[in-house]
Design a protein around this ligand. Sequence first.
Ligand SMILES: Nc1ncnc2c1ncn2[C@@H]1O[C@H](COP(=O)(O)OP(=O)(O)OP(=O)(O)O)[C@@H](O)[C@H]1O
Ligand SMILES: [Mg+2]
Length: 255
Amino acid sequence: MSASALAGTAGRGAGAPATPLLEASRIIKRFAGVTALNGAGLTLAAGEVLGLIGPNGSGKTTLVNCVSGVLPIDGGEIRLKGRAVTRASRVERARLGIARTFQNLKLFGELTVRDNVMVGRNASRTRGSDRDAVEALLADLHLTDLAREVVSALPYGHQRRVEIARALAGDPDVLLLDEPAAGLNDGETAELRGLLHRVRRERGCGIVLIDHDMNLVLGVSNRVQVLDEGRIIYEGAPQDAFKQPEVVDAYLGSA
Ligand SMILES: Nc1ncnc2c1ncn2[C@@H]1O[C@H](COP(=O)(O)OP(=O)(O)OP(=O)(O)O)[C@@H](O)[C@H]1O
Ligand SMILES: [Mg+2]
């Protein structure tokens, strides 16, 4: 790891370091013969976008699955607002404020846009159906005109937006986005970029952004981490990531 990368986490100034919003440390995750995560982790502050990049199979989705509770871990620790959630279920973590989207969309295809978002609201720590909040969110994500459409009938780019709306419906503190730009055209990606800025600024969410669109990740993230074979090989400023020979090698080695 480079000196500039280390400065990214060490430089919190004098006084007690603030408790990170989310902290996953030294995570080990094995699948049969494969060690998918070999000590990787992440820290995230409120209002921060952390870009998580790395070649195919480097462990990005697995890390998000471990943080959100989709997968149990074989070693390490996960803390949310200072509280250990390592053994909390996926549902408990959602209620505590962790929301996510999936690399392969997991929407309720036969339900309308509005009902998908309502499901997200009802599944969250915020109890009650709270229609006003759902309508406000639909408006915010430019989905009001599509609210009565059945999701499976919508173009893919719109479905991606519905998935983000559903994740935001529970007012999460942490939003984990696994390849939200996959399958989007240039216009939709530009719209997503604006949406991420707004979510961070207006809702104060911490966002973990995984994507293979480097323009998007390097342009939106405050900080990036590069994964390779289940380890973090770079952490620091987005613009410096591809100045590191290890990062270039990891990508070239996977080509
Ligand atoms: N359910 C599983 N069973 C077995 N092996 C798995 C499973 N999920 C992931 N792996 C393996 O773990 C490693 C990390 O996979 P992961 O999907 O986390 O990578 P990724 O960085 O998200 O890749 P991509 O950029 O292609 O989405 C890979 O070797 C993958 O084959
Ligand atoms: Mg993945």
